[in-house]
Write a protein that binds this ligand. Structure first.
Ligand code: ADP
Ligand code: MG
Length: 379
């Protein structure tokens, strides 16, 4: 551990009453937008662990006996690692409560993180979860074979099926929130900080509440000025590059299908070997980025679904757009001598079904798991 991180850990432990009776932090494992996460040993899991001094790197116990003996002892006593998520005190109490509440409801899937316990001391709240070993996405996303990609996606969709069956939307599906262990072929979905319960009655109110889509008022070649139409508001929480079109078009009743879109973006990242694939920080630019791939016709239809209008004067955006196969060919600089393999083509057929601009036609997680791409792994 570098001195600055050690200092941060010491300060945290000193500030949080009696936390050191329960846990011994061994390293910092991650930092997100809303938290810092530490890897720690659960001292209560084996109360006698306290009696030994712990080697921080391997969690073997110091003892005068042989190394093998110590190793066996450590195995028998199964040191349990936990992840301690220190939620930044600037997060609203509602937000923290929501995350803990949803985590509590999500117990029971090996692909979804569970909550062991949570503590509060003054304004600081921490969530304690099992620790999952994982590899940084950037280290492996270009290297995975199609079979490994299938395993990854099956793991992710299994997590989503479980979450969606409880009518919960994750809202922030992206590689840093899906901790994947390449060696084991197992992934765990984490970070329910933006998750929410689905309130979907089967009717998208975008068109219902607003009547027919407004007539375009945009003059060719610019944003509309003095636009009299009422502005539209919707939850757009999530991460740039992973937002579904209905989020960008400010749909008021977003469904679990927004997570399927984001999972599709991860698959597109694998196949195109480009990360991040979409990258616009701003929603309008993100719509343009999407239009560059999918074309004007589909974007217009998608906008209309959500009571919006899509118009652009950008000449490089074609009417019909491009197939995802073409996009992947371009991204990976394929030539006639190096065409897409049969496996890649199969993956692309599946990809098209997860990146459907129309959320109603987009696969659900349960349907995705029935798809040949995820049932015949390696076939
Ligand atoms: P944030 O809401 O701040 O994004 P996350 O819950 O996504 O917080 O955690 C941030 C990072 O911490 C993750 O990307 C991951 O690297 C690490 N992390 C989170 N939970 C665990 C866990 N249970 N086991 C191991 N590492 C974790
Ligand atoms: Mg996160």
């Amino acid at each position: 551990i570098c001195p600055e991180v050690q200092e941060e850990i010491d300060e945290f432990m000193a500030s949080f009453q009696e936390l050191d009776l329960h846990y011994k932090i061994v390293s910092k494992t991650g930092e997100g937008t809303f938290s810092s996460v530490y890897k720690a040993i659960d001292l209560q899991y084996n109360s006698y662990v306290n009696e030994w001094d712990l080697d921080e790197r391997t969690a073997e116990y110091y003892s005068p006996r042989s190394k093998r003996h110590r190793l066996n002892q450590a195995k028998e006593k199964r040191v349990k690692y936990v992840a301690i998520k220190k939620i930044y005190v600037t997060s609203s109490p509602q937000r923290i409560h929501n995350e803990l509440e949803l985590l509590k409801d999500l117990t029971g899937s090996k692909n979804v993180v569970s909550l062991i316990t949570a503590f509060r001391h003054l304004d600081q709240v921490i969530a304690v979860m099992p620790y999952f070993r994982h590899v940084d996405f950037r280290e492996y996303f270009r290297k995975l074979s199609i079979i490994e990609i299938q395993r990854y996606m099956r793991s992710l969709f299994t997590a989503l099926k479980f979450v969606h069956a409880k009518n919960i939307l994750h809202r922030d599906i992206k590689p840093t929130n899906f901790l994947y262990d390449c060696a084991k072929g197992r992934g765990v979905l984490v970070d329910f900080g933006l998750a929410e319960r689905e309130e979907y009655d089967g009717v998208c109110p975008c068109t219902r509440a607003r009547g027919p889509p407004p007539k375009p008022v945009a003059p060719v070649g610019g944003y509309p000025k003095n636009d009299q139409r009422p502005s539209k508001r919707a939850n757009r929480a999530g991460t740039r590059g992973f937002r579904a079109p209905e989020v960008l078009f400010k749909c008021n009743r977003q469904t679990t299908k927004i997570d399927i879109w984001s999972a599709g973006v991860i698959l597109l990242t694998f196949l195109s070997k480009r990360f991040p694939f979409f990258n616009s920080p701003d929603d309008i630019d993100a719509i343009i980025e999407m239009a560059t791939v999918f074309g004007r016709a589909k974007m217009r239809a998608c906008a209309a679904l959500h009571g919006a209008v899509f118009e652009t004067a950008i000449p490089t955006i074609s009417e019909k757009g491009h197939s995802l196969s073409r996009i992947v060919e371009w991204a990976t600089s394929r030539s006639k001598n190096d065409p897409l393999s049969l496996e890649e083509k199969r993956a692309l057929v599946f990809l098209e079904k997860t990146l459907d601009l129309d959320h109603r036609k987009r696969l659900s997680a349960a349907e995705a798991l029935e798809d040949p791409f995820l049932t015949n792994i390696g076939a």
